[in-house]
Design a protein around this ligand. Structure first.
Ligand code: AMP
Length: 302
């Protein structure tokens, strides 16, 4: 089933205890689509500048990613610089240059308008809303990511799009901020009143929590000896999660739980190397082996 992602395609500068890169391809929609395309075809809508070359585009080639909705605008591609300390959950944003993103107005190509599964990556909630307005019919899943900036600066606009969201995927700090409540389960109850039926709380090296009206499900992060670069873990998680769900005929509770595992599998690959270096080489065999590893990691008898 069709999967549409709208979000950033970026150049990132990254600094972690394992090294430093000045310019590598990144962006939420990039990580998401590379991860999701391991499960299902993906349609990408975003914008890049004149500095985005044929070489950069190679990351999408040979995969099931349709980039005909990737607009090319005059100016420079979105640029983000971040630094991590010894704790991979501890990230400092050093630079955010919106560049071509500043004037970006997503235009959903005609043939993507019937998309049944939609991931609205972290962008201005007004733009997220405009994407949904261009979709024909009622999608099966609308999943959304956002960040502290939008929660603080545009709360009304964010509430507007949350009313049309089924699955909200944010981190623990964002959950607390959005609900104005420290306890994550109580925060989830507040968030359900805003629209989403399912809340996925991404907790970095502590794994991910899925809260539903009647149940909670948790997946740990895979214990790894070396986490070279946490960038993109959340979006790769989103890609694995949504890619898997788009590939199954029905969104059952069991499918949502398996999607949590496939999300965690893709996140674990993303952090092993800088940028997209590891994620872009992942095979279906690697994914299956790691999913079994997750099953073994959490299996016990009572
Ligand atoms: P994450 O999965 O949260 O680690 O996402 C990392 C990616 O998000 C990086 O590759 C950045 O280029 C991108 N990013 C960072 N800040 C923003 C922003 N304000 N809007 C859109 N994308 C962003």
């Amino acid at each position: 089933m069709s999967l549409l992602v709208v979000g950033s395609v970026a150049f990132d500068a990254l600094e972690t205890p394992f090294g430093k890169v000045d310019r590598t391809l990144g962006g939420a929609a990039t990580y998401f689509s590379v991860a999701a395309s391991c499960f299902t075809p993906v349609n990408l809508v975003g914008v890049v500048g004149e500095d985005f070359t044929a070489q950069d585009e190679k990351v999408f080639q040979g995969r099931r990613i349709d980039i005909s909705g990737l607009e090319r605008a005059a100016g420079k591609t979105f640029f983000w610089a971040g630094r991590y300390g010894a704790d991979p959950n501890d990230r400092v944003t050093l630079v955010t240059e919106l560049n071509v993103f500043e004037t970006f107005r997503p235009r959903i190509p005609e043939r993507f308008r019937k998309s049944r599964n939609i991931f609205l990556a972290n962008i201005d909630p007004v733009l997220q809303r405009s994407v949904l307005e261009q979709i024909d019919g009622k999608p099966r899943i609308v999943a959304l990511d956002t960040m502290n900036y939008w929660i603080e600066k545009t709360p009304a606009e964010l509430r507007g799009i949350l009313r049309h969201t089924n699955i909200l995927m944010i981190n623990d700090a964002e959950t607390r901020m959005l609900a104005n409540e420290h306890n994550l389960l109580r925060a989830a109850r507040h968030i359900f009143k805003l629209g989403p039926k399912t809340l996925i709380i991404k907790r970095g090296e502590h794994g991910a929590l899925m809260v539903h009206k009647d149940w909670v499900f948790a997946v740990p992060a895979l214990p790894l000896e070396e986490v070279h670069d946490p960038t993109g873990a959340g979006d790769s998680f989103g890609g694995g999660f949504m890619g898997y769900l788009a590939s199954v005929p029905r969104v059952t509770d069991a499918a949502l739980r398996r999607a949590m595992v496939y999300g965690s599998v893709m996140g674990s690959f993303a952090v092993e190397r800088f940028g997209l270096e590891r994620l872009r080489r992942v095979t279906r065999k690697d994914i299956n082996a790691r999913a079994r590893h997750f099953a073994a990691l959490t299996q016990f008898e009572l």
